[in-house]
Design a protein around this ligand. Structure first.
Ligand SMILES: [Zn+2]
Length: 259
């Protein structure tokens, strides 16, 4: 599918608003009703919105590293264009979990702690950039509370890296990761799955959620400086495909004998 065609069909977002849905926002239909879910170390609001209804429950997290702004067009594309084909899903979207880092253009938060190393994972290591203890930072605690309350079936965390774009996964997320990369590659053929980041990630969200708690977790790595339009289209196509793959896997395991 060409990017132009993909854009042309991504015209609506989760148009069916069933009970329990906070927001449905077809393109151009007013402001997003963000809810403030907490405040950062420097007092900036951290906001979220829930879209759609039904399973799976998908939590999308933007901005965990403040020097990786590529989540902005991805979040905008999700809100403006929606997913196609429109899957049944409840999508909880956290716009920017590290607004202090975003404002300063730094990886970490206002105290220099990496919000992706500050989790009570089995491999947490205290350090200046990891925090003295897990969840020492308000941003980590806010996201932790969101995960515990929302109970996502699929966790999608937005990043960027010079060697992107690719999808890394933790926990039982191989099939959604493959589906994401395959769908995103129709917009940009460089998208692929990278099972390992190739370096240690102690105390990471992926380790805590995916490895320790078995929540399927996708780490979406746009390439640094990703063309915003391509990033948005690749993301919404990839997310729709990952949701479909999750659903197919659930259906297959439900009919598998001996389970
Ligand atoms: Zn990152």
């Amino acid at each position: 599918m060409t990017p132009l065609k993909s854009l042309s069909i991504l015209l609506s977002i989760l148009a069916s608003c069933l009970p329990g849905c906070e927001a449905t926002r077809p393109s151009g239909h007013g402001p997003v009703p963000w809810s403030v879910i907490g405040t950062s170390r420097e007092g900036r609001s951290i906001e979220a919105v829930t879209l759609g209804a039904g399973s799976p429950r998908v939590l999308v997290v933007g901005g965990i590293h403040g020097n990786e702004p590529e989540h902005v067009p991805a979040v905008a594309a999700l809100l403006d264009r929606g997913l196609h084909p429109r899957p049944r899903a409840t999508i909880r979207l956290i716009r920017d979990i590290n607004p202090d880092g975003g404002a300063a253009g730094t990886r970490g938060n206002a105290t220099g702690v990496d919000i992706n190393r500050n989790w009570p994972a089995s491999n947490f290591q205290p350090a200046a950039t990891h925090g003295p203890e897990p969840m020492s930072e308000p941003e980590t605690a806010i996201l932790h509370a969101q995960i515990m309350a929302f109970k996502p079936d699929l966790l999608v965390v937005l990043h960027s890296i010079a060697s992107g774009p690719f999808v890394n996964h933790d926990g039982p997320a191989e099939h959604p990761a493959r589906a994401f990369a395959e769908a995103a590659s129709t917009t940009d053929p460089r998208w692929h799955v990278r099972p390992s980041m190739g370096y240690a990630t102690p105390g990471s969200l992926g380790t805590w959620a995916g490895v320790d708690r078995h929540i399927p977790t996708l780490t979406v790595e746009f390439d640094r400086g990703h063309d915003p339009r391509l990033a948005g289209v690749a993301f919404v196509d990839g997310l729709a495909a990952a949701i479909k793959a999750w659903r197919s896997e659930q259906a297959a395991s439900a009919i598998r004998p001996g389970r």
